[in-house]
Design a protein around this ligand. Structure first.
Ligand SMILES: Cc1ncc(COP(=O)(O)O)c(C=O)c1O
Length: 241
């Protein structure tokens, strides 16, 4: 652990994002507690969302490796391709996005306006999008380009760091507002965001508990957390607070 080089990060979003109280929902669902929403949708890049914090680390690595474009893909309702197109555009990288044909007109239009090249696929079987991502990267390399592959969901060790940073921001904000957060709930897809939420909570507010609610597939929080923790410990160690 002594020889780890600091992990680089870009600043692409407008931070901190607001911490907004949901007064009506709190009255209905709060069971006596106040409810707050961390508005990462308002982070000021593309349509916002959880991918921008992840991409701040991922694109720093892409630039450091001398890449000239990114290749990525996502499901028809994923917020990742648009976030990738917006962030890549900001740092001067071109973006190749593999998207199922059934993706709506609006996300496609936005991605194109952000300068991305869209590669529509008939995504019947699972695995089609990643396969076309790999094929596209290979074709770009053959043309002399240097592509960086952004994994599905922008889920990598960098994503964990992005959401650990988000928790540092959240607990700092809460302290300034005189709030003590006793529970954080996030959405879980690959579990990468949640692994960052857990890490940041352990580091910056150990008495808070954290829960993920899965968007679909069965999701066991221990498996993704253990996986990301293992991968992260090879490249990163916590800095003093
Ligand atoms: C806004 C938002 N939060 C969280 C998640 C979950 O992300 P992860 O794949 O890191 O679990 C998603 C994924 O679709 C998302 O769109």
């Amino acid at each position: 652990m002594d020889n780890l080089t600091p992990v680089k990060k870009l600043e692409l979003g407008c931070w901190p994002t607001p911490l907004q109280e949901l007064t009506n929902m709190g009255r209905i669902l709060g069971n006596g507690k106040r409810l707050f929403l961390k508005r990462d949708d308002l982070c000021g890049v593309g349509l916002g969302g959880n991918k921008v914090r992840k991409l701040e680390y991922i694109l720093a690595e892409a630039l450091e490796q001398g890449c000239d474009c990114v290749v990525t893909g996502g499901g028809s309702r994923s917020n990742q391709p648009i976030a990738a197109a917006a962030c890549a555009n900001r740092v001067g990288l071109s973006a190749y996005l593999v998207m199922p044909e059934r993706t709506g007109v609006v996300p496609r239009y936005l991605a194109q306006q952000l300068g991305a090249v869209i590669l529509p696929v008939e995504a019947g079987e699972s695995g089609t999008v990643p396969k076309v991502v790999r094929q596209t990267a290979k074709a770009l390399r053959e043309q002399g380009r240097k592509p960086y592959l952004i994994p599905p969901g922008a889920s990598s060790v960098h994503g964990v760091l992005g959401y650990s940073d988000a928790m540092k921001e959240l607990y700092g904000q809460a302290a300034e507002m005189g709030l003590k957060i006793d529970h954080v709930i996030c959405c879980g897809g690959t579990g990468n965001t949640y692994a960052g939420v857990v890490l940041g909570t352990k580091l910056y507010s150990p008495s808070t508990s954290a829960t993920a609610i899965s968007i679909g597939r069965r999701f066991c929080h221990k498996t993704p957390c253990a996986k990301w923790q293992r991968r992260l410990s090879a490249v990163w160690e916590p800095q003093p607070r």
